[in-house]
Design a binder for this molecule. Structure first.
Ligand code: F6P
Length: 328
């Protein structure tokens, strides 16, 4: 096995709070190990175009508390092609980069897997997404911060919901994963969550209505995961249905949008990102390749990237039960 002397690091896909803490940790742990570090800008797009520079320990000073990503991020269409990945590989070779650390979500880690399958590159993934939808890790970098942001917003919305006796449909991110919706609903004391995992023939809105909204309460808050890729679902859709089927209700919609992705990372996300970043370098020292570093029961784990991206991470039915029981 070739000894590692130099690594590259990039952030890809949607930014998430704590990515900077992860960049900092990977950079400093690699320098601590005596390796060179290249910061690659704009994700795979920047790798394809050779946008990189050598990082020192100072390059990541004063970043742990900042949201977003100092390396910038992108969703690269070129990298989805074989030719794009050839260019990316050539740039890694040109800079003598022995291993690539990718911080990102499902699509970004799938891209890392494709690169490793087609070329002789060692890749290590770190789970960086607010969606928390990567299998094999209890939490992803940015999820805790986004969850807290949502809860903070819903607390504020509740003031108006209560004052005006209204039903609010609050839309949160997570097109394919309901972790943000389900857990923010529990934490904010919402009446229901409508999540993609529960897309059965049972209509979740009908369930909510059937449970008797406003029988004992004057206001309600329903957290809804954003609409699916096929355009179905979403808060506007459910609000419109209630307006049509139950015109007696005063309905409003709030779409939280990208404010969920920004802001200072929580202490939890900073610590998670720092631990995962250091563990990524430990994994490389041990000769690991093509794995995602995650955390399970507060212990660092290595998960083959193929599993992390392919297997659906289920929502614990216990969480669904907790919300149902507590929203009577
Ligand atoms: O994957 C993170 C995420 O914020 C999803 O929750 C959301 O569906 C998507 O990214 C939005 O992407 P964009 O910022 O490219 O519109």
């Amino acid at each position: 096995m070739k000894e590692i002397q130099s690594i590259g690091i990039l952030t890809s896909g949607g930014d998430s709070p704590g990515m900077n803490a992860a960049i900092r940790a990977v950079t400093r742990a690699a320098i601590f190990a005596g390796w060179k570090v290249y910061g690659i800008y704009r994700g795979y797009e920047g790798l394809i175009h050779g946008e990189m520079k050598e990082f020192t320990s100072e390059s990541v000073s004063n970043t742990i508390q900042r949201g977003g990503t100092i390396l910038k991020s992108a969703r690269s269409d070129d990298f989805l092609t074989v030719e794009g990945r050839v260019k990316a590989y050539e740039n890694l070779r040109k800079h003598h980069i022995d291993a690539l650390v990718v911080i990102g979500g499902n699509g970004s880690l799938s891209g890392a897997q494709d690169l490793a399958r087609e070329h002789d590159v060692t890749v290590i993934g770190l789970p960086g997404t607010i969606d928390n939808d990567l299998y094999g890790t209890d939490s992803t970098i940015g999820y805790d911060t986004a969850l807290n942001t949502i809860v903070d917003c819903v607390d504020k919305i509740r003031d108006t919901a209560t004052s005006h006796d209204r039903i609010f449909f609050v839309e949160v991110m997570g097109r394919d994963a309901g972790f943000l919706a389900q857990n923010s609903a529990i934490a904010a004391g919402a009446e229901a969550a409508i999540i993609p995992e529960d897309r059965t023939d049972i209509d979740q809105l009908a369930q909510f209505i059937g449970r008797g909204i406003r029988k004992s309460k004057n206001s309600s808050i329903v957290i809804v995961s954003e609409s699916h890729k096929d355009g179905t679902g979403g808060a506007l859709h459910y609000a419109e249905r209630v307006r049509t089927e139950y015109p007696e209700f005063d309905v409003r919609v709030t779409i939280l949008g990208h404010l969920q992705r920004g802001g200072r990372p929580t202490a939890y996300d900073r610590i998670l990102a720092s631990r995962l970043g250091v563990a990524a370098i430990e994994a490389l020292k041990e000769g690991q390749r093509n794995i995602m570093v995650g955390v399970k029961n507060d212990q660092i784990v290595y998960v083959p990237i193929a599993r992390a991206v392919k297997i659906d991470k289920p929502i614990d039915p216990e969480l669904i039960n907790v919300l149902t029981v507590l929203s009577i």
